[in-house]
Every structure is written in C-alpha cells, then in structure tokens.
Design a protein. Structure first.
Length: 307
C-alpha cells in the first residue's frame, strides 16, 4: 500500500457513518409468583397488558382447560397485542430420589402437550448448588442423565429447557458437597446431557454472587439462553453473607451491576424474556396491581439504561 492510498483509506474510514448502537431484543416478562402476585392465566395476561409487560408466564393447567377454539382465540389476542409467552416452570423434581423424579416425569409429557398447543417454547428450572447425598461427580452424572431425559420429552413438543445455576455462597455451603454454581460448570453439565434443546437461565443475582463478569456472559450465544432474571442486592451486606431470599428490585441499591449484565445480553442479541425476581417482602405484601406496577417500573428503568 502506497502512502497516498493509506491516507485515502483513513479518510474513507473517518467519513464512514458510525455503527448504530445495539438495541435490546429481550422482553419484559411478567411471572406473577416471582413478585408475590397470585392470579390465574387470564389474570396474568390482564396485568401484563395493563402495566406494559411484553411477555407473560404460561400456566399449563389453565391452558389445558381451553378448547381448541378458545386457545386459538387466546393466541390471536396475544399476537394482536404483541404479548409473547415467557418461560414456563419445569414441574419435575429432578434433584432428589429416583422415585419422585420418575413420578414427575410421567406428568411432563402432558404438560408439554398443553404448552405446544399454546405456542410456548421455553421452560426453565434451577440447579441445587449442593448435596448431602451425592459427591460432585455422582450428582453431576445423575443430573446430566435426568436433564437429557426431560429434554428429550420437551423436545418432542418444541420446548427448550433452561438450567439456572445458583451462585449464592450461603446456600452452597449448607450441603456436605458443593455442586454446580457457575456458568462454566452449567455449560459442562449441558454438554454432558447430550441434549440440543438445553440452555441456561441467567440470573443477575447468581451471576454476581458467583463472581462472574460481562465477559463470562459474552461466551454465550443468543440460542444458548432460555430465560433470564433481574434483581439487585441489599446494601451493606458482604457477598458471602447475602441471603438468597432477600433481594431488591433492579437499580434499588446499585450493589449488583445491572447495567453491565444487561449490556452483555444486548451485545449477545438475546431475544428472550427477562423477569424481575426480587424475593422482596415489601413487594410481596403489596396488592397484585401495585406489585405488578412497581416491578414493571423498576424493570423499565433498568432496560432504558441497557445498550
């Protein structure tokens, strides 16, 4: 390259328009139980629409009661009002004894059918960060096998399964043996399950308590994330002493770097649901409408800072 062509190339770069900043693709999800609200499917949809949520948790039992015509009408309503389905909750207890797990597995296919009819494609659950019964390796192999079996059933009905790692130190220290509690370990577990429709559920609380960074999140692709949770932590409490069930709404204290978490998800292009999950006593004591509105406002403020 000659000096003249080099200078010309620099001039061309300077004249080129700056790349547009990435925009968020994820949705503000309404999952009633995570903010202490108790409603049925119709009530959840109504509250979601009233307070500006963009996705809503599906309830298998309520959806199963609908006729084909009623379900078509509901799906048309959601499409018209641009409300998507958020992630459903996994009904199977796969963390304990085999008999209980098998019992739950039998009911999973029926629930999956209800979700498939409604157009639901995401389901999430959490991993225990410790065990009193099994060593790490024993629990790892057992969990991978069970995750693979559950994912096989869900995959037959177009559903993806998300696994949420629990990073809270005070929880994993309660057991005789610690178990999966980081993103890296969760990815190893997913690989061991040999299930293509298994991904992660990210939670800003567990991401923070696990000591992870935005760079850890950026190792993921959009299709590897099934759902996400957003929250803050109480101020003035060391990380090792934080209690999992005492959290705050996003940006309430600034202890958890929520913007950093969301910016990483924007950069990845994550397009799934993000729900508030503060486990907050004050919020739980509010009336349904008040809690739904307060959580929505906190989430909207956090989303406005992303990107």
């Amino acid at each position: 390259m000659t000096r003249r062509s080099f200078v010309a190339s620099l001039a061309a770069l300077a004249a080129a328009p700056a790349a547009a900043p990435a925009e968020r693709k994820f949705t503000l999800a309404f999952t009633p139980g995570s903010i202490g609200v108790r409603v049925d499917q119709r009530g959840a949809i109504d509250l979601a629409l009233r307070y500006g949520y963009e996705s809503v948790q599906p309830f298998a039992d309520d959806l199963a009661k609908l006729s084909a015509a009623e379900l078509d009408e509901l799906k048309a309503e959601l499409g018209e009002k641009k409300l998507q389905w958020a992630a459903a909750g996994l009904p199977v207890d796969f963390r304990g004894d085999e008999a209980r797990y098998r019992e739950g597995l039998e009911a999973l296919a029926e629930q999956a059918k209800s979700y498939e009819r409604a157009g639901v494609t995401r389901m999430g659950t959490w991993l225990s960060p410790m065990s009193d019964q099994w060593t790490y390796l024993e629990y790892f192999k057992q969990t991978a096998r069970r995750v693979g079996e559950m994912a096989g059933i869900l995959g037959d009905h177009g559903l993806r399964l998300g696994l949420e790692y629990v990073g809270t130190p005070s929880l994993r220290m309660r057991g005789r043996w610690q178990f999966v509690h980081t993103l890296a370990e969760t990815k190893e577990l997913i690989a061991e399950s040999w299930a293509p429709n298994v991904g992660v559920v990210l939670d800003s609380w567990h991401w923070w308590t696990a000591g992870e960074s935005a760079e850890d999140l950026k190792t993921l692709r959009n299709e590897e994330i099934v759902s996400a949770d957003l929250n803050d932590a109480p101020a003035g409490i060391p990380k090792l002493q934080q209690h999992d069930g005492r959290r705050e709404l996003p940006l309430a204290t600034g202890v958890i770097p929520v913007e950093e978490f969301l910016d990483a998800l924007v950069a990845i292009g994550y397009d799934g649901p993000i729900r508030p999950e503060p486990f907050n006593q004050r919020l739980n004591e509010m009336e349904n409408e008040e809690a739904a509105e307060a959580a929505a406002e906190a989430m909207k403020k956090a989303f406005a800072r992303a990107g």
